[in-house]
Design a protein around this ligand. Structure first.
Ligand code: SAM
Length: 242
């Protein structure tokens, strides 16, 4: 069958987004769901344990992360087939978005089980919308490869006309901005969002060479999303063409 219906009562696996900073961003439905399931799979049981304590939710927690997901997926699917209802959370944001989740969702669906991903916090949406760069079409790139495959990926993206969204760590930001200026050209517009929804949230927008210059003098800390304008038809930035 190609179409899917989300009859809540038959759901076996819930993907539950959790705050990316501000605890008030948890949804009412996320709380309700976490309270209703049999077990919560967490990327880091200590991190999620603290959130659940804050929400006064007392449920069994089981560890589920990139190092054990391959070998646990089959057993988890068996348990769901027997009637267990599971929620998956990651350390922050939406599970499956640059976080474990995909393998379990695919296996559950292949086994004919009902999966439901709740809408909720994720870092790339506010960064993209806040960037002021075109968001009618965009590509989510997540983390770039650190070494092997990085050059090829960047070359592939050099002709990308949609706005591009990247996750990046603070200690790699300078290197990435410099490489972007080289590959995309120094006048390409971009935006750096850090610590979204937190006390020190900051969104800085400018050309790639302006951002390189800015971050040379303003070392950055915290979590980062980098948004880069796509290539225009003439090879210039889309903004220059408008
Ligand atoms: N699942 C998460 C989501 O839905 O966005 C992403 C998890 S990924 C392992 C972590 C990365 O997300 C960070 O390195 C950063 O690039 C981005 N991120 C998460 N929280 C953020 C925040 N509050 N501000 C800016 N970027 C954030």
């Amino acid at each position: 069958m190609l179409f899917e219906m989300s009859e809540e009562k038959n759901v076996s696996l819930y993907l539950v987004p959790t705050p990316i900073g501000n605890l008030k961003d948890i949804t009412l439905r996320a709380i309700e769901t976490l309270k209703s399931v049999d077990v919560i799979l967490a990327e880091d049981t200590r991190t999620s344990g603290m959130l659940l304590k804050h929400l006064e939710i007392n449920k069994p927690l089981q560890s589920y992360h990139i190092f054990n997901e391959h070998k646990t997926v089959e057993k988890l699917v068996d348990r769901m087939k027997k009637g267990e209802v599971i929620a998956l959370v990651s350390d922050a944001g939406t599970p499956g978005i640059s976080d474990p989740g995909f393998l379990l969702v695919r296996a559950a669906k292949e086994a004919g089980l009902e999966v439901n991903c709740l809408p909720g916090p994720t870092a790339f949406v506010p960064a993209l919308v806040n960037s002021g760069l075109p968001n009618d079409r965009f590509t989510f790139e997540g983390f770039l490869p650190h070494k092997k495959g990085r050059k090829t990926r960047l070359e592939e993206l050099s002709t990308e006309s949609r706005t591009m969204v990247f996750y990046e760590s603070p200690h790699r930001l300078m290197k990435t901005l410099e490489q972007f200026a080289e590959v995309f050209g120094p006048s390409r517009m971009a935006s750096v969002s850090r610590e979204l929804s937190k006390m020190f949230e900051e969104n800085v927008r400018g050309t790639l060479d302006e951002l390189v210059e800015y971050y040379q003098h303003h070392p950055i800390k915290g979590e980062i999303v980098l948004v880069v304008e796509g290539r225009g038809k003439t090879g210039r930035s889309r903004e220059e063409e408008d």
